[in-house]
Ligand binder design. Structure first.
Ligand code: FES
Length: 169
């Protein structure tokens, strides 16, 4: 990953609209604590870039928040909601943590893999769907759970997944 980009070049990568959104987050923190907005800033940059982060965008976030690029990379690589490669139009995040696993998430993943013709971590050739396994989504009481965008689909079955996919196509 590069840190050689000059500051003005890096800042230009963040759309004006993105910077305005990040500024609203920055307003919540003391001026010397800009790094507190890093998770929100990364998500804003990712959404403005079709769902994934380039190294240059992470560098731009680092510059904007006046923090080391390596610290931004660490956040972006640690949390599963950030993508460092292009994703499909719909990101299917199936929880495979304990409650969901005990309620059949492995079968649901197999169903999705079979239906979409891809493995976990892959994107369909038409760029419509990316399939991911994620950790607990915090909705264990309604396991198994899958997140698509900001929507949780709960108490999932293979039949429900078929309906969801049909609705997205
Ligand atoms: S284990 Fe799947 S939502 Fe918690």
């Amino acid at each position: 990953m590069s840190t050689r980009m000059s500051k003005p070049d890096a800042l230009n990568l963040l759309a004006t609209e993105s910077r305005a959104k990040i500024d609203r987050w920055l307003a919540k923190y003391p001026p010397d604590q800009k790094q507190s907005a890093v998770m929100a800033a990364l998500m804003i940059a990712q959404e403005a870039n079709g769902g994934w982060l380039t190294t240059e965008l992470m560098d731009a976030v680092a510059n904007y928040l006046e923090m080391p690029a390596i610290a931004v990379y660490e956040v972006a690589t640690f949390y599963s909601m950030y993508e460092l490669t292009p994703v499909g139009q719909h990101k299917l995040c199936v929880c495979t943590n304990i409650s969901c696993m005990l309620n059949g998430s492995e079968d649901l993943v197999a169903h999705l893999q079979n239906k979409l013709g891809i493995e976990l971590g892959q994107t369909t050739s038409d760029k419509q769907f990316t399939l991911k396994s994620v950790e607990c989504l915090g909705a264990c009481g309604n396991a198994p759970v899958m997140q698509i965008g900001s929507t949780y689909h709960e108490n999932l079955t293979s039949a429900k997944i078929d309906d969801i996919l049909a609705g997205l196509k």
